[in-house]
Design a protein around this ligand. Sequence first.
Ligand code: GAR
Length: 198
Amino acid sequence: MLKNIAVLVSGGGTNLQALIDAQNDGIIKSGKIKLVISNNKNAYALERAKNAGIDSLVISKKELGSQDAFEDELIKKLDEEKIDLIVLAGFMCILTEKFTSHFADRIINVHPSLIPSFCGKGFYGLKVHEAALEYGVKVSGATVHFVNEIPDGGKIILQKAVNIEEGDTPEILQKRIMQEAEWKILPAACEMVCKNMN
Ligand code: GAR
C-alpha cells in the first residue's frame, strides 16, 4: 500500500516541487503526496500544488489565534486524510510536543545546514546561510531529520555537504545548497522513510 504523504509549506515551495518531480520520476514510489498544507495563504507553494493536481489547504495560526488551536486543526486534517508521513518542506512554524508526539517517527524536516551547526530556534531560511558565512565555515549543506519536540533535534536521516565558494552571499549559498543538496536528499529520505514504514 502506498503511504499517504502530506507536505507542509510556508513559502516558495521549491522543495515541494522537488518532491512532486521525484514522484513523477519514480524516485518516490512507496508513497503519494495526498495533501499540501500552508500556514500562509500567499505561499507560491500552493500554486505548485494546484499545478500538480494535489489538494491543498491553508491553516493560519494568526486566524486561529493560538498555537494550541493551530496544532489541533493540523492534527484534525492530517488524521482525517489518514496521513502516514508529514514532510516539513520550508515550513516556518515551530511545532510543540503535542503535535510531534501525536505523529512520532512520522514527521521529517529539511534543514539548510549540516546539523548540529546553525540549527535550532531562530535558524531558518536565509538566516542559516548568513550565520554560516559569518562564522566562516568552508563547508555547509543540508540535513533531513525526524522531527521531535526539540527544534532540529530529531534523528538524522540524510545529510549532504556543499562547498562554500569565494564571493558567496547568503542568497547564492542558499541556492547552491538547495540545488546540490536539499532537492536531492529530501525526496530520497521521503522514499526511504515510506519504504521502511509499517
Ligand atoms: C529551504 O532552504 C529549507 O531548507 C528552509 O527554508 C527554505 C524553503 O524553501 N527551511 C528552514 O530553514 C526550516 N528550518 P522552499 O519553500 O523553496 O522549499
